[in-house]
Design a binder for this molecule. Sequence first.
Ligand code: EPS
Length: 386
Amino acid sequence: MRIITAGESHGQGNVSVIEGFPKGIKIESEIIDIELKRRMSGFGRGKRMAIEDDKAEILAGVRNKITLGSPIAVFIKNKDLKIFAEQKDELPHLVIPRPSHADLSGAMKYGDKDVRNMLERASARETAARVSVGSICKQFLLNFGIRIRSYVTDVGAISSDKKPLDYEDILNKTRDSKLNCIDKNKEKAMIKEIENAEKEKDAIGGIAEIWIDGVCPGVGSFMHFDTRLDAKLSFYLMSIPAVKGVEVGLGFEYAKKRGSQSHDSIYYTKNKESRKNQTGFYRKTNNSGGIEGGISTGEPIILRAAMKPIATLRKPLDSVNLKNMAKVKAIVERSDTCAIVACGVIAESMAAIAITESFLDKFGCDSFKEIQCNYKNYIKNLSKHF
Ligand code: EPS
């Protein structure tokens, strides 16, 4: 599977093309729209989200809600349209880069002092396209019992160490949450923290945890560095704008613990009733985050993504005018105060894309029937042997 997205933050909209997606999968644009709405939500989002009403228009690759096996094209229209492909726009040149954004690195790389030409593409607006692709992948994965959901564990220095019991627990506890949080008490403090950052014209980051439930053992591979499932998931999550850290399972905590305290012991049950994950193997802990040797173990896959504060500050930092190199304050663009809820939804989408690719590597990729047949055979053999 290959994915390409195109679109500028204030252009006509975002297009995504998925090549190599299997034939025969039911895809509904209404389900994509629900995910797009989730991406726009969350306490701390900025004014752009009040302007947009992201909706997916499937342009190609689907007939009567069923994929054709041909490239799928999805379009999300921008309401805040300011730049055009041919018509000259009214926007002035922007020559003062924002620290921590792509403005200056892009200006140097592409030899262009108008940083608008950088920020239009570098903007996190592009993640709407990724979420549309992620939703298509999620709809595919659901056929095999695979579900993906995130929740927020940290906003700035406010941290919740409450752990969900299981996937359902995340769904239940986040249902009415403004911050997609499972910890009601800590959520209040997190909201206060965002309000304070907003008052102080500042921005604040956070951490989202992502659960991938229902992946059978055997997805991913240790045979090559780029087929390792943890490596692939980390790469895809790290590609999200502003994500600066990714953990798998215990992640950085592993380094502080002894092996005896951190590795997940293996148990086996002959009891067919209590079997899960298609085999008799089970663990009492899941510190590995559901991946060992670059391969899924059958336990839930657990990832964490840390997002830095958004680069645009209404109380700007020092910068340099690229026209005359004078010391100035950075430009102030409209922005979010905290976008960690959106970041979690985008991380779910990137995880869905990564899992779909690895799943198709294992089970084939032409048609749903073929994949289903391969999957069923594999699971049957797995249960027979273990
Ligand atoms: C975003 C759209 C952008 C920003 C934000 C996310 O819209 P605008 O720049 O018009 O306000 O709100 O983008 C950034 C954080 C960024 O750094 O570019 C979106 O659709 O998610």
